[in-house]
Ligand binder design. Structure first.
Ligand SMILES: NC(=O)N[C@@H](CC(=O)O)C(=O)O
Ligand SMILES: [Zn+2]
Ligand SMILES: [Zn+2]
Length: 345
């Protein structure tokens, strides 16, 4: 196969940041994707309907001319989130989901949830109205090894939470383990999982062998090879429980190449070419449209996009090593393999 036409994809987990960074990174996503679910971990976070409306307007103002890109907004769940504000935001279609960060789990998560009993009423209301909860699924206990934090979260937080609040629709964000795959597979229609581009490509050796690679450091951190293989199998299986959330998470190079480097891989620029390469390697190019363009809208009860994107296979395609933003350069994720699928724009 040398040409592949898909319904235009959506990105179900994206960090656009704000200000100059937003202006710099938004065109990279808007070039290929129709919609993206926008993460609310700004400083300060997007915690109210008014915050979400203002942020949506800043995104729309930063959008390239003639782009139809649509941001789908989320609220950052805190122990102070008000049911009334959240329900009103959902009713007018201002928000598509609510994001749960365990406090301290990842970039800008300090305002996240410490005591789950304090958000129970909000979660019950979300279950009633069918508003999905997107979860950064890692425990933060100092005594749990960072490579075990996702599996421990599933057993000790996520599973009890889902039993406690029947009907709550949950997206396990950026899963990185076999345990994540198995839990998502078994969860029925109210549970799904996003998988990033980079976790299909790198394992933990890529971060650490031959010198530390700060641009491969993200959270949840990439795991052993067996987990990467489980993710590839899940993504290319055609199972509707799995769909694309790139978790493209830009940080300027000075903050990545640092004694205490920030977590996040920036993949917006070359994600589609990488995914086509990965799906081809797995003999599953016919499953790419489901993963990138159909399963996500089905979970969120939205229509898939009407228009299409076409990829053609040819000589290796090159992408810039970095993009320039008003805040400084941002390194584009290096998949460490030649990419042959060109995205027509
Ligand atoms: N994935 C990351 O490593 N970083 C994300 C936060 C997140 O999605 O956990 C960020 O905002 O930089
Ligand atoms: Zn996260
Ligand atoms: Zn993220």
């Amino acid at each position: 196969m040398t040409t592949l036409t898909l319904r235009r994809p959506d990105d179900w987990h994206l960090h656009l940041r704000d200000g100059e960074m937003l202006k710099g990174v938004l065109p990279e996503t808007a070039r290929h994707f129709a919609r993206a679910l926008i993460m609310p971990n700004l400083v300060p976070p997007v915690v109210t309907a008014a915050n979400a409306a203002a942020y949506r307007d800043r995104i729309l103002a930063a959008k390239p001319l003639n782009s139809d890109f649509r941001p789908l907004m989320t609220l950052y769940l805190t122990e102070e989130t008000e049911v009334k504000d959240l329900r009103a935001a959902a009713e007018i279609g201002l928000i598509t989901a609510v994001k749960l960060y365990p406090a301290g789990a990842t970039t800008n998560s300090a305002a996240g949830v410490r005591d789950f009993s304090k958000v129970k009423r909000v979660l019950e209301n979300m279950a009633q109205i069918g508003l999905p909860l997107c979860v950064h699924g890692e425990v933060t206990d100092a005594d749990v090894d960072i490579f075990d934090r996702e599996a421990v979260f599933i057993d000790t937080v996520l599973d009890p939470l889902r039993r406690d609040i029947p009907g709550l629709r949950v997206v396990m964000e950026h899963i990185t383990t076999q345990q994540g795959v198995e839990y998502a597979q078994a969860g029925g229609d109210d549970l799904a999982a996003t998988i990033t581009t980079h976790h299909l490509v790198i394992n933990r050796n890529d971060i650490l062998v031959g010198g530390i690679k700060p641009h491969y450091y993200c959270l949840p951190v990439a795991k052993r090879e067996e987990h990467r293989l489980a993710l590839r199998k899940a993504a290319t299986s055609g199972d509707q429980s799995f769909f694309l959330g790139t978790d493209s998470a830009p940080h300027t190079d000075n903050l990545k190449e640092h004694a205490c480097g920030c977590a996040g891989c920036f993949t917006a620029t070359n994600t589609l070419s990488i995914l086509a390469e990965v799906f081809e390697q797995e003999g599953a190019l016919d499953k790419l449209e489901g993963f990138a363009s159909l399963h996500g809208p089905a979970f969120y009860k939205l229509q898939p996009n009407d228009d299409t994107v076409t990829l053609t296979k040819g000589d290796p395609v090159t992408y810039p090593d970095k993009i320039e933003t008003g805040d400084g350069p941002v390194t584009v994720f290096d998949p460490g393999m030649p990419l042959h699928w060109h995205v027509q724009i």
